[in-house]
Design a protein around this ligand. Structure first.
Ligand code: ADP
Length: 245
């Protein structure tokens, strides 16, 4: 895939696959294109060229009369239910309760009945340790609690892949552990695919099947976390890890 913003080529002929159940973490300096990849998969940005497939279905664009065109809204909607994203800033609906945040999309996008959606949401809130706050508003909760609810909300859509974009970087340091702990449990207990951008190198090491080191929109090197963190082959990876570890 190729992504340009004006003259700035952010991703240049990038090509990679995340297998079913695989956890892949993107690391690399700020501005190297990591978040753009997640936003493209989430269809929040348009690809300049190429395709992204999720579960065998091409995302975001289809060829129409030789022109690249946005796919119709209806289809966008369907394909994006295959993907769950958790953002740096939680992005919960502030005017809804915790429970309402989690049942909203399953009812309106997936077409679950309210009873089905509530049962599912309660189980997921339990999984992230937040069932006891189901009637609270986001503003009454800590950042770590809000992020755990955002994780439950993403999982409520049964996504094929969960995209995690710097999910702890807006949190006070003492709240980081509870969010990473929940994600580690989900990684251990489910076979959901994950594409992760994080500065938490220990988390990346613990949870990833594969780590990809990015610089300037290209993969510098990739491999199992032990290999990338303990024996990086490229000087750029060594320099990056020395700066962040
Ligand atoms: P990273 O996540 O690795 O820090 P980003 O994907 O956020 O990197 O950014 C990669 C490059 O794309 C940067 O040069 C950034 O300035 C540029 N970029 C990202 N989003 C936009 C945008 N909406 N408009 C213009 N340039 C953008």
């Amino acid at each position: 895939m190729v992504k340009r913003f004006g003259d700035n080529t952010v991703l240049d002929n990038l090509n990679f696959t995340v297998s079913h159940g695989e956890r892949v973490t993107l690391i690399g300096p700020s501005g190297s294109g990591k978040t753009t990849i997640l936003r493209l998969v989430m269809t929040l940005e348009e690809l300049t060229d190429g395709y992204i497939y999720v579960g065998g279905t091409p995302l975001q664009y289809e060829q129409q009369g030789g022109k690249r065109a946005r796919i119709p809204d209806k289809r966008r909607r369907r394909t994006t239910t295959d993907i769950g994203m958790v953002f740096q800033h939680f992005n919960l609906f502030p005017n809804m309760t915790v429970l309402e945040n989690v049942i909203e999309a399953p009812i309106h996008v997936m077409g679950l009945s309210k009873d089905e959606a509530v049962a599912k949401a309660e189980a997921l809130l339990d999984q992230v340790g937040m069932a006891w706050k189901k009637d609270a508003r986001p503003s009454e909760l800590s950042g770590g609690q809000q992020q755990r609810i955002a994780i439950a909300r993403a999982l409520a859509m049964d996504p094929e892949i969960l995209l995690l974009d710097e999910v702890t970087s807006a949190l006070d340091p003492e709240l980081v552990g509870e969010v990473l702990g929940v994600l580690k449990d989900i990684a251990a207990e489910t076979d959901i695919s994950m594409l992760i951008v994080t500065h938490e190198m220990q988390f990346a090491r613990d949870v990833s099947d594969r780590v990809m080191m990015f610089d300037q929109g290209s993969i510098v090197e990739e491999g199992k976390p032990d290999k990338i963190f303990s024996e990086p082959e490229h000087q750029r990876t060594r320099d990056f890890l020395r700066a962040v570890l």
